[in-house]
Structures are given as C-alpha cells and as structure tokens.
Design a binder for this molecule. Sequence first.
Ligand code: 6PG
Length: 227
Amino acid sequence: MQENSRWHPLATADEVAAVACQHILKSAQQAIAERGTFKLVLAGGTTPEKVYRLLAKTATDWSKWVIYYGDERCLPADHADRNSMIAQQTLLDHVPIPAEQIFTLQAELGGEAAAEQYRPIVAAALPFDMVLLGLGEDGHTASLFPGHVHDPDELVHAVYNSPKPPPKRVSISAKALSDTHELLFLVTGANKREIVKAWRSGADLPVATIQPEATLDVYIDSDAYQV
Ligand code: 6PG
C-alpha cells in the first residue's frame, strides 16, 4: 500500500460521495487559482455516479474545467454502458463546461485507433490536476486488469479480453494516471471488502501500480472497509 495514501473511512456511500464532492470542488478552486484550469480525469463504473450527481448541483467556475476519461468501453458512442454516457447523464449534460474542453475517448473506433487518438491528448494534459478512480473486485482500476501486460511507457493502452464486459476497452496507463497533482479512489460496497484487504496488505494488483508522487486519497464506506 502506498506510503502517502490517506484513507477516509465513512459510514455510507452517500457520505463518501458528499465528502469526495467537497474535496473535488476545493481542489478545483485551488487548481484554477494556481494554474488557470482544472484538468480532471473521470472514473468509470457506477460508484462515481453519486459524486457526479452532487457535483452537477454545485456552483464552481465550470468554464475552467477540462475533462478526460480514465478508460472507456469499446461500444457505440451512444451506448448506455459507455462511461462517457454515464458521465454525461449524471454531470456533463448539466454543467456549462465548454464542449471543446471535454475529451471523450473515441472507443467506438476500436482499441488501437482510440488509444492512438488519445495519446497526444493525454501527453498535452500531463500532469493532471486530479484523477478519479474506482476499484474492481479483482483489483483492477480503470481498465487495467490482473494478468494483462502493457508497455509501461505507453500513455494509453488498447485493452483486449477484459474480464469485465465488454472485452475490448481503452485505458489511460498506470504511468499517466499516476502523473497527477491529486488522486482519489472511490470505493463502496461489501463486494469490495476482500480486494481492499488484499490491496492494503500489499498484494500485487493493478490498483497497486497507481503510484502518484503526491498524496493518494481513498474515500471508502464501512461496507468496503475493515480495520
Ligand atoms: C469500468 C471502470 C472500472 C470501474 C470498476 C469499479 O469501465 O468499469 O473503469 O474500472 O471503476 O470496475 O466499478 P463499480 O464502481 O461499478 O463497482
């Protein structure tokens, strides 16, 4: 477990969302004041939805937010299971972030083409201001899965044979996800309890390859966290 990780156990998933939302807003304000923009990488999956819905109701200088995706599923652009569709429905369709500041992973092009298209976008963005990530029951994060081998120097990977459907995905790499001022994990639910224990005990998992130089904050509910 990373030395500079800060664990924030909270009673419920709603509390995790509320506290994480406030952290994101505070970091956005600071990034905008110091660097003029807030470059945020969104997490996929279902856990972040509560945070996105809360963010959508807040007041911040949205004109300075720049959005990236940590990963995307190779599905049609309007498919309900796309991480971009979930982010649009819960946040991006409700706040005035300029469209040219939302960098969608064009996973409908297929893994290789989408990864190639996104690499220069990520290269120009680094370091990110904040990266949001979830945690899978097998220790994956973004679309970095156990047993998958990638070129460690790549900024964006094409992913095949994902154990979590769909099989084809695109993922920002551990190297690029770690190149950020701040990194937040959002972990809730009893189904994550075992993998959290393994992670904390130092197991060799994709989530453990995310090693930002700065702090790493884990917002976690009581269902997923066991002291
Ligand atoms: C995805 C996500 C994936 C997700 C974890 C946790 O595309 O599925 O990027 O890494 O964050 O699988 O998913 P839940 O939040 O739905 O448990």
